[in-house]
Design a protein around this ligand. Sequence first.
Ligand SMILES: Nc1ncnc2c1ncn2[C@@H]1O[C@H](COP(=O)(O)OP(=O)(O)OP(=O)(O)O)[C@@H](O)[C@H]1O
Ligand SMILES: [Mg+2]
Length: 180
Amino acid sequence: MLGPFRMNVLEMDLPTRRATVHLGQYLARTLERGSLVILDGPLGAGKTFLVRALCRELGLPSREPVTSPTFTLVQEYSLAVRLLHADLYRLGHPDEVFELGLEDARREGAALIVEWGKPYVQELGGDALLVELVPPGVSRPRRASLSATGAQSRRQLERFEAALAVAGSRAHRGLAQRVI
Ligand SMILES: Nc1ncnc2c1ncn2[C@@H]1O[C@H](COP(=O)(O)OP(=O)(O)OP(=O)(O)O)[C@@H](O)[C@H]1O
Ligand SMILES: [Mg+2]
């Protein structure tokens, strides 16, 4: 339970790749039809690494690679939920998002996970779970910050928090979380 105060931002340290894998695994369990997850953070922040862990958790066989769809822009994975992985780094204009048909696919039930999608949340249908990955600094580890921009994503964030709570101390081996 989140108590009387609504959670706005959930932050966690990702000191190891294993911690990021755990984050991907927990996120995978929160996806539903029409989910929109935006991955933000600079080049090499770990966005694709996170998507890979999420896909593996959903049963994607290891022979199927998960890479940044920087040139193809959209990669589809046939999993229990139809999952579209996009990388909008190369987009120059919001109109180009419509041409990719991502919002339509979402409306038809696909879940979207989008690298470099923060400027295009509205074009993707709004209501996004925003996952910001922050590279490590001189004296602090790599970090993730999760926030929701609408009702559906807020419920997703609550499911994420609940999944962590169920996992209990196991989760805290790798994921130290702070609710802001
Ligand atoms: N804790 C960590 N979490 C995620 N990645 C890590 C971590 N520590 C090291 N790495 C490494 O950082 C790299 C992240 O690369 P990745 O391709 O996921 O970045 P990206 O954010 O998708 O970049 P781009 O914007 O170019 O697509 C990987 O090689 C990964 O092995
Ligand atoms: Mg990437």
